[in-house]
Design a protein around this ligand. Structure first.
Ligand code: NAP
Length: 282
């Protein structure tokens, strides 16, 4: 469908967003569904968030947005309402129009849980990092029925704030990792370490060796594939999951939230794989 005066706009709000795979994934879905909508990136710096949200509110063609780093928590005071899920997580990754304002939800929890469906919840989970994604992971682990949930961070103040928001978790310093890794059945990396300079991993090979046989390592990063952490985990014979399925499912659920129709998950998955292979998704 061509763009015309009635074309609606969806997009991703973050900074930077230039490397996001979401525009390719969502535009493939919108074309497949024959919707008169386009999905574009909105690079908005943290200091400009309030102005951007106010502007988006009065531009009637804007239907909804995904929200990513660094706005997932900071956007909350600028929204008219939060659904129950966003309130539980304390972070928003999707908003949709309500009048001239916006309602926020969080589809990261369901996205995180999607590749774990049908598995038995582990007795002990260790979550590396205590940012916005870690919040969704903790809510997901709690809902799934995991036992002990340990959150590891490098900033004591941020860890205390996290514990305050989620009293069921135990918080640990990075330096204490060797104490908890031998009892970790699921390790989730929510830090961005491994995305940037080649060879960087959140855990050393020696630390990965401390995980018990049968443990699963879930890295929310999906590029490169495998991530450096998952490379180490696979070399040890551990189970591995990367973040591509989470990206796909959080996106599919967001699309359903905006449009009210089932998302074409296979089309979206194909668009992600094409982009990771360096090809255009459309
Ligand atoms: P965030 O709010 O910025 O949190 C990142 C966390 O990682 C913070 O606790 C941060 O600690 C920690 N961290 C950063 N660099 C570190 C380092 N060098 N060593 C140790 N800890 C470090 O970001 P987020 O929204 O949670 O996202 C985190 C990652 O998850 C990103 O890579 C993102 O792409 C990925 N993610 C993937 C999906 C998906 O669909 N697959 C969805 C959401 C997020 P400080 O606060 O001390 O800096």
């Amino acid at each position: 469908m061509g763009i015309n005066g009635e074309t609606g706009i969806l997009g991703i709000l973050g900074y930077p967003v230039r490397y996001s795979l979401s525009p390719g994934m969502h535009n493939a879905a919108l074309q497949h569904l024959g919707q008169n909508l386009v999905y574009v990136a909105f690079p908005v710096a943290a200091a400009d968030l309030a102005g951007a949200i106010a502007g988006f509110g009065v531009a009637e063609s804007l239907v909804g947005l995904n929200v990513t780093i660094p706005h997932k928590e900071q956007i909350i005071p600028h929204l008219g309402a939060l659904d129950e899920r966003a309130q539980q997580v304390g972070a928003v990754n999707t908003i949709r129009r309500q009048g001239r304002g916006w309602v926020g939800t969080n589809t990261d929890v369901a996205g995180f849980l999607a590749p774990l469906a049908g598995r038995v919840p582990p007795p002990a989970v260790t979550v590396l990092g205590c940012g916005g994604a870690a919040r969704a992971v903790v809510v997901g682990c709690r809902e799934w029925g995991c036992g002990a949930i340990r959150v590891v961070g490098r900033d004591r103040q941020k860890l205390s704030a996290f514990q305050h928001a989620f009293p069921i978790v135990q918080t640990w310093d990075w330096a204490e990792l060797s104490q908890i890794l031998p009892e970790t059945h699921l390790l989730v990396n929510t830090t961005p370490v491994g995305m940037g300079a080649p060879g960087q991993t959140p855990l050393t090979a020696a630390e990965v060796d401390l995980l018990p046989q049968g443990a699963t390592v879930y890295d929310l990063i999906y590029k490169p594939r495998p991530t450096p952490l998952l490379h180490l985990a696979a070399a040890r014979g551990l189970g591995t999951l990367d973040g591509l399925s989470m990206l796909l499912h959080q996106g599919a659920i967001a699309l359903e939230y905006w449009l009210g129709v089932p998302a074409p998950v296979d089309v979206m998955h194909h668009a992600l794989i094409e982009q990771l292979a360096g090809k255009d998704a459309l």
